[in-house]
Design a binder for this molecule. Structure first.
Ligand code: GUN
Length: 285
């Protein structure tokens, strides 16, 4: 079975749109501001899509664009302004940042209640402590896709390939919360294929094109492919995941395609986080 991330993401946006339509007209709408620095082509596309989908469902979305020469100090000031802005409920700084800016310092400046990426240490800590948190969008999207095909996670063997702060680590926390037995692996893991062969759930998020092959997976495995790798094949440019989709798709219980799997979910989860931040901020007024 192929998991249709595009459709599931669309349904989530539809649900969020209806919730936003319920907000009385005398109240402000949820606001999301994305900060984009420099000219990275992939980031430009991601940010354009975030803005488009946010506005489509009734979130006031703005993009603040800065030249890649902006200093860490100037960027910090911009974030502090957004922290104070009552019309802004979600702040996202698109990564990667130029080399002269320390991403950790910048993320630490975002007010945790507006940190819709879930990257601030307060949100990371709350997620791992089992407290209410804004959860990073990519792993949350993966989790919602898994829920489409798995009704009982208890005791399942989950293998996560990749240990990033954006996906691998928070993915592990979400699976642990569901009582999975989680193995976190990465590019230096020995016997990776062997470990994957025991997986009921496999989340591939390591950035190696078509790494996972048919003989890496069991036939009842659910495979979530987070990879976005641009490769050249037979003279044409292609976008492929960390899983060799054509090789694996007919063997496993379910699999996400690239594109059209995790990617669209990530944006819908960002919009969900923005609405969640809005509701929480308003409930504390
Ligand atoms: N760049 C790639 N993925 C992400 C993400 O989830 N959030 C941000 N802010 N930047 C990214």
């Amino acid at each position: 079975m192929i998991i249709d991330g595009k459709k599931i993401a669309e349904n989530l946006r539809e649900t969020l749109k209806k919730q936003i339509e319920q907000i009385p007209s005398n109240q402000p709408k949820p606001g999301l501001t994305v900060i984009l620095i420099g000219e990275d082509p992939a980031s430009q596309i991601y940010v354009r899509n975030k803005e488009k989908f946010a506005n489509e469902i009734g979130i006031n979305s703005k993009v603040l664009r800065f030249d890649s020469s902006i200093t860490e100090e100037a960027l910090t000031k911009e974030i502090h302004k957004l922290n104070q802005d009552r019309e802004v409920h979600g702040i996202l700084v698109q990564l990667p940042l130029p080399k002269h800016i320390n991403s950790k310092n910048i993320i630490n400046q975002i007010e945790p209640s507006k940190d819709v990426d879930g990257f601030h240490p307060i949100n990371v800590g709350n997620l791992s402590s089992g407290n209410d948190a804004l959860v990073p969008c990519t792993p949350y999207g993966c989790y919602l896709l898994l829920k489409e095909v798995i009704s009982d996670f208890n005791g399942l063997n989950a293998v996560v390939i990749g240990r990033s702060n954006i996906n691998g680590k928070p993915m592990t926390q979400l699976l642990l919360k569901e009582n999975c037995t989680v193995t976190i692996t990465h590019s230096k893991t020995k016997n990776l294929k062997n470990i994957c062969q025991g997986a009921d759930i496999l989340v591939a998020s390591v950035g190696i094109a078509k790494l996972v092959k048919q003989d890496w997976v069991k036939s009842d495995c659910v495979v979530i492919d987070v990879g976005i790798n641009r490769i050249e094949e037979n003279g044409s440019k292609k976008l492929v995941g960390d899983v060799d989709f054509e090789n694996v798709k007919d063997k496993v219980k379910a699999i996400t395609p690239v594109p059209g799997g995790v990617g669209p979910m990530t944006i819908s989860c960002l919009l969900q986080n923005t609405l969640k931040a809005y509701q929480k901020i308003n409930s504390q007024k």
